[in-house]
Design a protein around this ligand. Structure first.
Ligand code: CTP
Length: 361
């Protein structure tokens, strides 16, 4: 049996980038032979094994054939006679279809190294069309490697996939996974730009009618903002209805969904500070749940600063101290002990917060 290093590890090494994860391909072996050597079988639908000591993934060379729409529509063929070239051919992009032998020799039948030099994403074969996630992968890789472009022939193939309805087979979790990973890359705006360029944006994200500004997202990258902040910025120009549609369609996790919805409060937040209206400020902080969760207020404030860089940071710090002081100084538990009824406690808390705000400004 022969073992080759394949996929992203080779691509990243050739680009001079740190290798995060190594995937191996095994040619000329069988599941039984792998297990006899101490490998542990982990693949549910195809033969993938973990190395007994390194725990890296080793997959038997295989071919795939699509027999029906969707993820369960694949049949795999893994057998000792499947060749290295056959396995590389079923892969998505030429830059991901380069292998390296144990002796260090590069096997590159689809000219991935040329495409790396030319900075081109090009599909290996028509088999690309069998997995719609690959369209999103191209967009995500564009966010990671912003100077790459999509080859014309690949754009044409994607267009055919759109026409044939193959993109409808995408499951929400996979879309969110690629989208969220892209948002964490160095040029997140490229994800949406490239989806637009290849013509699938309105099919996949009809609610994103106006794209987030590159400048805003770039500021988020520069401060290494967390995913919820980057997602909320993506929703910069969306209405409440559109944000909800995105969240529901792609099962967006809570932390991201919450902050995106809160971002709709930014104009009201800026307004009430401008007018220094204590009751309104108190209400606004309640809507943000800031009195109880200063951490969330901090994420919201970062969002405000990224969208409005002219907004004064000192004001944000002022508000944070205000909220922290309210947590320390307003002690409802004593009122409860004194037998003050719940509703009255609520009112007293509100009044104490308003007083504190007035004192602050
Ligand atoms: N692959 C593919 N089609 C997919 C997913 C993966 O052809 N939909 C192939 C590619 O050859 C890829 C390899 O499987 O290089 C490993 O996939 P994965 O680990 O998901 O991605 P990487 O290319 O390693 O990229 P990343 O750095 O983002 O993990």
């Amino acid at each position: 049996m022969d073992i080759y290093l394949v996929g992203g590890a080779i691509r990243d090494a050739l680009l001079g980038l740190p290798v995060r994860e190594r995937d191996w391909m095994v040619v000329g072996s069988t599941p039984e032979a792998m297990e006899a050597q101490g490998f542990e079988a982990v693949g549910q639908s195809f033969p993938v094994f973990l190395h007994p000591t390194t725990h890296e993934e080793y997959a038997l060379a295989r071919t795939e054939r699509k027999v029906a729409l969707g993820y369960k529509g694949f049949v795999f063929h893994a057998a000792p006679e499947v060749t290295l070239e056959e396995d590389l051919k079923r892969r998505d992009l030429t830059i991901n279809a380069i292998a390296q032998s144990a002796e260090g020799e590069m096997i590159d039948p689809y000219h991935g190294r040329d495409d790396l030099k030319r900075r081109v994403f090009r599909h290996v074969s028509e088999a690309f069309a069998e997995d719609p996630v690959r369209v999103l992968r191209i967009a995500r890789f564009s966010a990671r490697f912003p100077d790459f472009t999509v080859h014309l022939s690949t754009k044409e193939l994607i267009h055919k996939m759109l026409e044939s309805g193959e993109l409808n087979a995408l499951v929400p979790e996979r879309v969110w996974k690629e989208c969220s990973r892209a948002l964490m890359e160095q040029a997140p705006w490229r994800f949406f730009d490239v989806l637009t360029e290849v013509g699938v944006m309105s099919a996949l994200f009809p609610m994103l009618t106006q794209l987030p500004s590159k400048e805003t997202l770039a500021r988020a990258v520069a401060v290494d903002a967390a995913l919820p902040v980057r997602f909320a910025l993506t929703c910069e120009y969306m209405k409440a209805k559109e944000i909800d549609a995105f969240i529901v369609q792609y099962h967006v996790p809570n932390a991201c969904a919450e902050l995106a919805k809160l971002s709709l409060l930014i104009p009201a937040y800026l307004d009430c500070w401008r007018h220094k209206h204590a009751e309104l400020i108190s209400q606004c902080l309640s809507t943000l749940d800031a009195w109880r969760r200063p951490g969330r207020l901090a994420s919201f404030q970062l969002l405000v600063r990224l969208r409005y860089p002219e907004h004064r940071r000192q004001d944000d710090q002022h508000v944070l101290s205000l909220v922290e002081e309210a947590q320390e100084s307003i002690d409802a538990s004593q009122w409860a002990k004194d037998g003050v009824p719940g509703q009255e406690i609520g009112k007293r808390i509100q009044a104490a917060r308003v007083e504190l705000i007035k004192h602050y400004f």
